[in-house]
Design a protein around this ligand. Structure first.
Ligand SMILES: [Fe+2]
Ligand SMILES: [Fe+2]
Length: 396
């Protein structure tokens, strides 16, 4: 097992170690800033600064999966073709962003845009903070395709590889690409948000990357994506519900349509992990416990708008307060996955495996208890400006 630990031990408190600020009480107290390059030099760090601010990342661990396990994924090629690629939709049957937006080639374009803007007037700023944060998260798609291609045994080796894993990753990316496109165009037309600030945030975020701590391991990587697809399914589902409450059925349809894609993706990724549990229960339960100990960081946890160092924390607090994505959702997702993979029922594990099993099975309840305690503590109301909405203040 090759572990490349590459640490620059600079301590900072600028950014959260994981991306659920609503659960600040669960946060790891120690943050390490590490180079993403193997040389681990501070010069490399400073060279990056013109493109994005110094970002918090953890100790960088690479290639933690034993090389012999790569065979498992090679042997699953046919299985993936039969069981995973079927969850992709043929392009001709897919929705496209244009299906939900005013048609710029039609005579009615201007009227349709005015109607969209009228509907958007009824929606509060705090909702737009959540929708913008979700859009920015989707727009950092190059980072997620890169992340999938860090995974040993399943990466797209050529950029046009014919393996089932590579075909999946490219087609998944192509499906995801519609999410950012649609939300971006909607937000541009609605006239409620500062597009330039949003565009800067996207540029910074793609420049910063993400730090999911999946160590080139497809075990960790597919557990991460299972969790994330469900998290985005929940959050887009909630923005759809809120849009409906504000009387904007078209926006509700936009968010709901994206949510249904996320659900399909969740089905595919959870199926891969289910298969891993079948082939290698010990290795998979250890990977699940490892990911949960490290905590699942949200994909956009390094977001920055050029002004606010705590932008992601602020966005997450608003999302928590509005019920778009909450600490309870985090616990619910874990409980769902533990049930989906029948983790409690696995037998024949090593003693380490049994410990990991106990840990993950008890974790949802522990998270909920901590969350209830933190909720019961009285918090004073805080208002912060968001550059995305022209520096208007929103309650956290
Ligand atoms: Fe998405
Ligand atoms: Fe997705």
């Amino acid at each position: 097992m090759a572990l490349n630990l590459n640490t620059i031990a600079l301590k900072s408190h600028k950014y959260p170690s994981f991306a659920l600020p609503p659960m600040a009480n669960l946060r790891s107290p120690k943050f390490l800033r590490a180079s993403t390059l193997s040389s681990g030099s501070t010069e490399v760090e400073s060279l990056k600064k013109p493109f994005s601010p110094p970002r918090e990342v953890h100790v960088q661990v690479t290639h933690s999966m034993p090389p012999q396990k790569i065979e498992i994924f090679k042997n699953l090629e046919d299985w993936a073709e039969q069981n995973i690629l079927v969850h992709l939709k043929p392009v001709e049957k897919c929705w496209q962003p244009q299906d939900f937006l005013p048609d710029p080639a039609s005579d009615g374009f201007h009227d349709q845009v005015m109607e969209l803007r009228e509907r958007a007037k009824e929606i509060p700023d705090e909702y737009f903070v959540c929708l913008v944060g979700d859009m920015i998260t989707e727009e950092a798609l190059p980072t997620y395709q890169t992340m999938l291609n860090t995974l040993d045994g399943v990466r797209d080796e050529t950029g046009a590889s014919l393996t089932s894993w590579a075909v999946w990753t490219r087609a998944w990316t192509a499906e995801e690409n519609r999410h950012g496109d649609l939300l971006n165009k909607y937000l541009y037309l609605c006239g409620r948000v500062d597009m330039r600030q949003i565009e800067k945030t996207i540029q910074y975020l793609i420049g910063s990357g993400m730090d999911p701590r999946t160590e080139n391991s497809p075990y960790l990587g597919f557990i991460y994506t299972s969790f994330q697809e469900r998290a985005t399914f929940i959050s887009h589902g909630n923005t759809a519900r809120h849009a409906k409450d504000y009387g904007d059925l078209k926006l509700a349809q936009i968010c709901g349509t994206i949510a249904s894609d996320e659900k399909r993706h969740e089905t595919a990724y959870t199926k891969i992990v289910e298969k891993l549990f079948e082939i290698d229960p010990d290795g998979t339960v250890l990977a699940l416990a490892d990911m949960m100990r490290k905590k699942i960081s949200m994909p956009a946890h390094l977001m920055y708008d050029g002004r606010e160092d705590n932008l992601f924390e602020h966005f997450s607090s608003v999302a928590q307060r509005l019920g778009v994505y909450t600490a309870k959702d985090y616990a619910d997702i874990l409980e769902f996955l533990v049930g989906r993979w029948k983790v409690e029922e696995i037998t024949g594990l090593s003693s380490e495996g049994r410990k990991a099993q106990d840990y993950v099975c008890g974790l949802p309840q522990r998270i909920r208890r901590l969350e209830e305690r933190s909720q019961s503590r009285a918090k004073e109301a805080r208002y912060v400006p968001f550059s995305w909405i022209f520096d208007k203040e929103v309650k956290l």
